[in-house]
Design a protein around this ligand. Sequence first.
Ligand SMILES: C[S@@+](CC[C@H](N)C(=O)[O-])C[C@H]1O[C@@H](n2cnc3c(N)ncnc32)[C@H](O)[C@@H]1O
Length: 228
Amino acid sequence: MRIDTVTLFPEFFASPLQSGLLGKALAKEIAQVNFVNPRDFTEDKHRRVDDEPYGGGAGMVLKAEPIFKAVESLPRLDPRQVILLTPQGEPLRQSILRELTEFSQLVLICGHYEGVDERVCHLADREISLGDFVLTCGEIPALALINGVVRLLPGTVGKEESLTQESFEDGLLDYPHYTRPPRFRDWEAPPVLLSGNHQAIAAWRRQQQEERTRRRRPDLWERRQDAP
Ligand SMILES: C[S@@+](CC[C@H](N)C(=O)[O-])C[C@H]1O[C@@H](n2cnc3c(N)ncnc32)[C@H](O)[C@@H]1O
């Protein structure tokens, strides 16, 4: 998969893309992450990418033209999805990350300041939000999306089971995990996990998943009950 990131701050991505499983996956070329800077597509001597909002108001708006030119400069692979990161988009969830793994190319547009000129939405196939809060920039949501998508590509995570036995995959939260020692300070690991009884362990984990989801995320639980 090729991921092109339209950003004024390519340096923002350096360390996260080199670290941990994501860094290893990119070193193995499971995905390729490229950057294109709208500033390189400006024509004035100050290389301005932003301007004051029409109608007045606080903050600066990213101009449409440098962003259009940046996206239009990219080679095109099919199928491709152009995504605008915006708090007004569809909230990101695991099922969207799975859908995105089907594309050969993702183009991620990161906004800044007050956001992008509204006409940039004509470039985008989809608008995605990281959640109901406002960050200063689209680079953090883009990074979250890159991490979540690359994690699902074959070869990134050693055991396929780690991907399916995970929160949200079955409409449920994950079960609690424990490791050595059996007793840490005042807290025991649940004895069933040390019993060696695989059936009992599986039943306990399932019951924990259901109980946690019902208690912590009644919205997920209800959606699951309503599913056909
Ligand atoms: C300060 S925000 C602009 C917020 C915009 N004025 C609004 O209220 O909807 C600047 C940029 O950060 C990014 N951003 C901020 N919060 C985000 C979120 N929750 N999800 C996705 N992108 C976000 C977007 O790219 C946005 O253009």
